[in-house]
Design a protein around this ligand. Structure first.
Ligand code: UN1
Length: 493
């Protein structure tokens, strides 16, 4: 078995304690990918020291030069796509066609960030006084602590890391303990692209490793994707320590299917949204809210298609739905299925662990659909993060919107309708950061803002041009070339 290391100041290093944790294939618990360091305060401090030193050089480099390096990183991600996709699938389970898509998001983000280094626009505005000029421009922040989840081992970290680097920040990244190997390949790629020593560091570990990053006084910003419970704790600490913090947390995303929708298209979208990545996306479709006129036909067709989904190891070409990430999630999801049954939801298909020779050693749960789910049930309200879809009946368009918004989260959403008036009305009325029309709740593009309202986020948007608001501060500059003292608000009025 291989022992993998942290990446600190351009070197592969063990943790000071020598303690490790195992990385296990979720499709086959007999397959141990390797051990990774369980890092503590001392390891984190070294990485932060390296990142602080490197910041001086990296932040002073002209942004387009940083962009040149990021562009090369995009090329290398592209070159290593097939190999990296298999590593990702082996450690986190989703099928290879999905892990390739995950890497493509990083490639898109690399090229997008590289280009934006020539376009980190500031604003100029007229001064209220003569012979005076007002400018503003973006400044990097410093050492950024990045803490991410396993479901997008490359894409989601890339949304944070690559734009942060473009802006001149340096990075200490704690990837998920369920996808550490992908993170090491990320480091190899940035090193080969020419990112200097210390600019980018990977520190493996569990929760305490993340806490050490959050607590360290030289870390100026935390970018987090993960559970709402952890995100809120991080935000509390960042509040107390006065650090900038950007959070992407849970979702309970609804799709509305109106009686004028193309039902077959809607079913395709719901299947992909609910069971793609085995339902383990923060944008996953976990609630379908279906107009009463098409409720029965929708359920009947959806059930047939759900039963036909091919469950298996993601490394098998025929697999459509992979395992869930680990034993803890496996138990949690099966627990929610029991709660659904106990609270009176009608189980239409699935509802148990999967049986069979090809799935017996992995964390496999049958794609599950509950019907007649009402808004008082826990499976309607709580994020499950697994292959479980709740279907609820709506009496009208306004009832459907009411149900969709009856939710503490606000990440993604969707409506299937052929009525243009309803589509536009839904864009305005659904409480979410992202709304799709006639498309699934998943599938965000790298160059558009990504994030949610309500319990999902804290007002930031990754992706697109908005990510640069996270990873920069504004500097305002006044240049007075009048040669005399000009007092704002006094001499000119
Ligand atoms: C996530 O699940 O953490 O929109 C992000 C999507 C993906 C990103 C999901 N591209 O489905």
């Amino acid at each position: 078995m291989s022992n993998f290391k942290n990446y600190v100041n351009g070197e592969w290093t063990e943790s000071a304690s020598g303690e490790t944790f195992e990385n296990v294939n979720p499709a086959d618990s007999r397959d141990i990918i390797g051990t990774f360091p369980k890092s503590g305060n001392a390891d984190v401090a070294k990485a932060i020291e390296a990142a602080s030193t490197a910041y001086k050089v990296w932040s002073a480099m002209p942004a387009p030069k940083r962009g040149d390096i990021l562009r090369v990183a995009g090329d290398i991600f592209n070159r290593r796509k097939d190999e990296l996709a298999r590593v990702m699938t082996r450690e986190m389970g989703k099928p290879v066609f999905e892990t390739k898509g995950d890497i493509q998001e990083a490639i898109d983000t690399a090229y997008y960030s590289a280009t934006e280094t020539r376009r980190l626009f500031g604003y100029t505005a007229p001064s209220e006084m003569p012979n005076k000029m007002n400018l503003s421009f973006r400044m990097p922040i410093g050492v950024c602590g990045i803490i991410t989840a396993w479901n997008f081992p490359i894409a989601v970290p890339s949304w944070k890391i690559l734009p942060a680097l473009a802006c001149g920040n340096t990075i200490v990244w704690k990837p998920s303990e369920d996808s550490p190997m992908s993170a090491n390949i990320f480091a190899e790629i940035l090193e080969e692209a020419g990112v200097p020593k210390g600019v980018f560091n990977v520190i493996h570990g569990l929760g305490e490793t993340g806490s050490a990053i959050v607590e360290h006084p030289d870390v100026k910003l935390i970018g987090f994707t993960g559970s709402t419970v952890t995100g809120k704790k991080i935000a509390e600490r960042c509040g107390a320590l006065n650090k900038k913090v950007s959070l992407e947390m849970g979702g309970k995303n609804a799709v509305i299917i109106m009686n004028d929708a193309d039902i077959d298209l809607a079913i395709e979208g719901v299947l992909w949204g609910a069971f793609g990545t085995t339902g383990q996306r923060c944008t996953a479709t976990s609630r379908a809210i279906v107009h009463k006129d098409v409720y029965d036909i929708f359920l009947q067709k959806l059930t047939e298609k759900t039963i036909a989904l091919k469950l298996g190891a993601g490394l098998e070409d025929s697999t459509q739905v992979g395992p869930v990430i680990n034993k803890k999630q496996y138990e949690k999801i099966l627990g929610y299925i029991e709660i659904g049954k106990e609270q009176g939801a009608r189980l239409v298909t699935g509802g148990a662990k999967a049986e069979g020779a090809d799935v017996e050693h992995g964390n496999f749960i049958q794609p599950t659909v509950f019907a007649d789910v009402t808004n008082d049930m826990r499976i309607f309200k709580e994020e499950i993060f697994g292959p479980v879809l709740s279907v609820s009946k709506a009496n009208s368009y306004s009832h459907a919107i009411e149900l969709a918004n009856d939710c503490e989260y606000g990440l993604s959403s969707s409506i299937y309708t052929s009525d243009v008036n309803l589509a536009f009305s839904a864009i305005r009325s659904i409480e979410a950061g992202i709304t799709y029309i006639n498309a699934p709740t998943i599938g965000a593009e790298a160059h558009m803002p990504f994030g949610g309202i309500k319990g999902t986020g804290n007002g930031h948007r990754e992706g697109g041009w908005t990510v640069f608001d996270i990873f920069t501060e504004w500097k305002t500059v006044y240049i007075d070339y009048s040669g005399g003292l000009q007092r704002a608000q006094i001499d000119n009025y």
